[in-house]
Design a protein around this ligand. Structure first.
Ligand SMILES: Cc1cc2nc3c(=O)[nH]c(=O)nc-3n(C[C@H](O)[C@H](O)[C@H](O)COP(=O)(O)OP(=O)(O)OC[C@H]3O[C@@H](n4cnc5c(N)ncnc54)[C@H](O)[C@@H]3O)c2cc1C
Length: 381
């Protein structure tokens, strides 16, 4: 294990995607950067492994150019329940999402960070903060800025006194890979009462299946029986690893900076996995945090961070409403299937291809049609 430098400009705690992205962004602005993580690469994690187009663009801004060879491109989202299929493509033709194994994404980010000159310290646990730096394996590393990128259970957040202001429904997400040729150019989301399964193509021979739901609804032994259409698609495909799990939950903080400490990625608040937006948000935050550090004003980051979370949080709220109400979910799926144009517009806003203000009239018409065709209150006979 390499010793950490005794002094650095920016110290990043956590070498997951958010930490590495923040490190690359700060290094590109000329800072000396050290990243420490208690694990050794490459890291795996329960994840749907779908990078939305805005995640791919945010990485491009960091100089990390992903291509179709790094994974499997997808061109939109498809919702399915026992009765219907609704699908939407990304609006711009050159926009695509990328299904990419989490281990592969991590390898690419480590390579970029290392090439950029970031000091990477693996198997290095941070045990606390100090007024002039961080405590690493019992020694002090002095630094000007501290970035907490230590994930959902962030201790940096606690040390800095930045407690969550709001927590949504706590769900569990599990994922497994299956050896089968991807059958769709879309990320498919299968809906059931209180849980969803989504399938992301990640290579010419593999798909990643993630299932998200409340803990008591998910029994590892018979997960796929919850989704007969998906089980049918997978047929006799062999799993290539075992189920891996993580918590999926919306968490919001009142503020994500304290003095010279800033949080990024899941440490700075998370959104439910069903949105598929966790990584896009982390990469966008990383970019804007480095800009704020360069001008020495973290308030700028606070404002952008709040802005970046608005749409994903709203979408998470709407999707979780569908999760909780069978009747509503059926109605929405029926409407999305009937009005694919509206679905595409919503998806464009979700992935930052268009501004929400452009939606208002269209959404209004869409909602009116939804209620006209399928009234919430059953008509009397
Ligand atoms: C089931 C599921 C499916 C998902 N699917 C998608 C998807 O399809 N697309 C998408 O964009 N997002 C998805 N997400 C969200 C995405 O996985 C997260 O937003 C992302 O992993 C956040 O990355 P991070 O770097 O903030 O945290 P992490 O990946 O958790 O990294 C944190 C790192 O900090 C390290 N660490 C912690 N404490 C310390 C310490 N004291 N000292 C040193 N190191 C420390 C840890 O070892 C870890 O490596 C999904 C999430 C779940 C749960």
């Amino acid at each position: 294990m390499l010793a950490a430098p005794s002094e650095t400009d920016v110290f990043v705690i956590g070498g997951g995607p958010a930490g590495l992205a923040a490190a690359i962004a700060a290094r590109r602005r000329g800072f000396e950067v050290t990243v420490a993580d208690r694990r050794r690469p490459s890291f795996d994690k329960a994840c749907g492994e779908g990078l939305m187009p805005d995640a791919v663009s945010a990485l491009r801004q960091l100089g990390v150019e992903l291509s179709h060879e790094h994974g499997t491109p997808f061109r939109g989202i498809r919702f399915l329940d026992s009765e219907r299929i609704a699908e939407a493509s990304f609006v711009s033709r050159d926009k695509w999402g990328l299904g990419i194994r989490r281990t592969q994404l991590h390898r690419i980010l480590v390579e970029h960070a290392s090439d950029a000159g970031v000091a990477l310290r693996w198997e290095s646990e941070i045990d606390g903060l100090d007024p002039i730096g961080v405590k690493l394996n019992g020694s002090l590393v002095r630094c000007r800025w501290i970035i907490g990128a230590d994930g959902f259970h962030s201790r940096v957040r606690r040390w800095a006194g930045l407690s969550p202001v709001w927590r949504g429904v706590r769900r569990i997400g599990v994922r497994q890979h299956f050896r089968v040729r991807p059958w769709s150019e879309f990320v498919e989301v299968y809906w059931n009462s209180h849980c969803q399964a989504y399938v992301t193509p990640v290579s010419p021979d593999d798909v990643c299946v993630a299932i998200i739901g409340r803990a008591h609804e998910l029994r590892l032994s018979d997960l796929l029986t919850l989704f007969p259409a998906l089980a049918n698609r997978l047929g006799h495909a062999n799993p290539t690893d075992s189920w891996r799990g993580a918590i999926s939950m919306c968490v919001k903080l009142p503020t994500v900076t304290e003095g010279r400490i800033a949080l990024v990625g899941d440490a700075s608040g998370s959104i439910d996995a069903v949105t598929g937006q966790g990584l896009a948000m982390a990469f966008q935050q990383a970019n804007s945090l480095a800009t704020a550090i360069a001008v020495g004003d973290l308030r700028q980051y606070e404002a952008v961070h709040r802005q970046l979370g608005l749409m994903p949080r709203l979408m998470a709220h709407l999707l979780l409403l569908m999760d909780g109400h069978d009747g509503l979910r059926r109605r929405v799926l029926r409407a999305l299937a009937a009005y694919p144009g509206a679905f595409s517009r919503l998806l464009a806003v979700h992935v930052g291809e268009s501004h929400p203000s452009g939606l208002s009239l269209e959404v209004l018409v869409y909602v009116l049609r939804l209620f006209e065709t399928h009234p919430l209150v059953p008509r009397r006979a």
